[in-house]
Design a binder for this molecule. Structure first.
Ligand SMILES: NC(=O)c1ccc[n+]([C@@H]2O[C@H](COP(=O)([O-])OP(=O)(O)OC[C@H]3O[C@@H](n4cnc5c(N)ncnc54)[C@H](OP(=O)(O)O)[C@@H]3O)[C@@H](O)[C@H]2O)c1
Length: 329
C-alpha cells in the first residue's frame, strides 16, 4: 500500500489528510518512483490549505516536487535504480504529486539527479531552485554582469530566493537580500548576500522613476514590491518576475521601460525536456548551490500537516523538505 497525503474537496470545502492508496489509484505515466523526499513550496501550502484554487482535480496527492529511486520505467530515458527528481507541469496539481511513498509520472516531468548529487540535495533544489536557475539564466541572457551593479532578491528567506542568493553570489554578483525577517540576517549572509535589508524599510518612492539602485532583481513577491522594482532599476536593468507571495496585480508606468530600457522577464518552470535537461545539467555544475545543507529544513512525513501551516503563514526559512522514505534515497 502507498501512504499518501491527499487533498480533497467535500461540499465545496478543501481539506487534506493521510490516506492509504493502492497502485491502481496512481495516475498514468511512464516512470514509477519510490519517493525518498518531497518538499513544501508556497504553492503546495496554498493548495493544501485551500487558500488559493491551485488543485485542478480532486482528490489529488499534493506535492509539486519529489526525489527518489526509479522502480520501473516504460521510457528508455530511465531504468530501475536511477536517482530522479520529478517536478512541474501537472504534478501535485492535476496529477497525483510527491506526498506519497510511491508515484507515477510522465517521463517529461522527470530528470536524473546530477552526478555526485544526493536525492536530498536534489529535492533541496527542487522546483524552487530550478526556477531560480531559470531566472539566473534569463537574466544573464538579458545582460546581467557582476560589474554592472547590485542584484536585489526579495522574499529573501524563502525557498526560491535562498537558492537564488546562493547561485548569484557564487557567480560574483553583489546580492542585496530584502526580507521581513531581519532575525535571519546571519542565515542570508551565510548564503552569500553582501547586504541584508529590511523589506519594510525599502523606500521606493512613488514617482515613475526613482533613484536607480539595481541592475537586476529576482522577484518572488509581485504586487507593490514588483511595482517598486520597476521604478528603481538601473538603465537596462533586468527583473525576473517569478512569484506572487505579496500579490498578483501591480501598477507602474511605461517610463522605466522606454527611458531606462528596463527588461521585465517572466519565469515559468513548466518547460520542455530540452530546457529541463539543460538546467539540471547546470544545477549539477556551474550553477550548483554551495549551501544546500544550510538551506534545507528536513522534517519527517508525519509532520507534513504542521509544516504546511508553517509555510502558509510564512514561518519558515529556506526549503522545507519532507523525508517520505529514506530507504528510497
Ligand atoms: N514561476 C514559477 O514557475 C514558480 C516556481 C516556483 C515558485 N514560484 C513562486 O515563487 C514565489 C516564492 O516561492 P517559494 O516556494 O520560494 O515560497 P516561500 O518559500 O514561501 O517564500 C516566499 C517568501 O516571500 C516572503 N513573503 C511571503 N508572504 C509575504 C507577504 N504576504 N508579504 C511580503 N512578503 C512575503 C517571505 O520572505 P521574507 O519573510 O524573507 O520577506 C517568504 O519567505 C511564490 O509566489 C511561488 O508561487 C513560481
Amino acid at each position: 500500500m502507498i501512504r499518501a497525503y491527499v487533498v480533497s474537496q467535500k461540499d465545496g470545502a478543501i481539506g487534506a489528510g493521510f490516506e492509504e492508496m493502492d497502485d491502481a489509484a496512481l495516475d498514468a505515466g511512464d516512470v514509477v518512483v519510490r519517493t525518498a523526499y518531497a518538499s513544501i513550496n508556497f504553492k503546495d501550502a496554498l493548495a493544501a490549505t485551500g487558500k488559493a484554487p491551485i488543485i485542478r482535480r480532486f482528490p489529488c496527492v499534493g506535492g509539486i516536487d519529489a526525489s527518489g529511486t526509479v522502480e520501473s520505467s516504460t521510457s528508455p530515458r530511465f531504468k530501475a535504480g536511477d536517482k530522479v527528481i520529478v517536478h512541474s507541469h501537472g504534478f501535485g496539481v492535476s496529477h497525483h504529486g510527491g506526498y506519497a511513498t510511491r508515484l507515477r509520472a510522465p517521463a517529461a516531468w522527470v530528470n536524473r539527479v546530477p552526478d555526485g548529487m544526493s536525492t536530498l540535495e536534489a529535492i533541496t533544489i527542487g522546483v524552487a531552485g530550478y526556477t531560480a536557475a531559470l531566472a539566473v539564466e534569463l537574466m544573464e541572457l538579458n545582460g546581467l554582469k557582476p560589474a554592472n551593479g547590485k542584484v536585489l532578491v526579495n522574499g529573501a528567506s524563502g525557498g526560491v530566493a535562498s537558492v537564488a542568493i546562493d547561485m548569484l553570489s557564487q557567480r560574483g554578483f553583489q546580492v542585496v537580500a530584502a526580507t521581513r525577517k531581519m532575525n535571519e540576517r546571519d542565515y542570508l549572509m551565510g548564503l552569500g548576500a553582501a547586504e541584508v535589508v529590511d523589506a519594510n524599510g525599502l523606500n521606493a518612492g512613488t514617482r515613475p522613476l526613482e533613484k536607480a539602485l539595481w541592475q537586476g532583481a529576482v522577484d518572488s513577491l509581485g504586487g507593490e514590491a514588483l511595482a517598486a522594482l520597476t521604478r528603481t532599476m538601473q538603465r537596462d536593468g533586468v527583473i525576473a518576475s517569478l512569484g506572487n507571495a505579496l500579490g498578483v496585480e501591480f501598477t507602474t508606468t511605461v517610463m522605466p521601460f522606454i527611458l531606462r530600457g528596463v527588461r521585465l522577464v517572466g519565469v515559468n518552470s513548466d518547460n520542455d525536456e530540452a530546457l529541463r535537461d539543460h538546467l539540471w545539467k547546470r544545477l549539477g555544475t556551474d550553477l550548483r548551490p554551495r549551501h544546500l545543507a544550510r538551506i534545507a529544513q528536513v522534517k519527517p512525513f508525519n509532520e507534513l500537516p504542521a509544516m504546511i501551516d508553517a509555510v502558509a503563514s510564512g514561518r519558515i526559512k529556506g526549503r522545507t523538505v519532507i523525508e517520505i522514505d529514506a530507504s528510497a534515497a
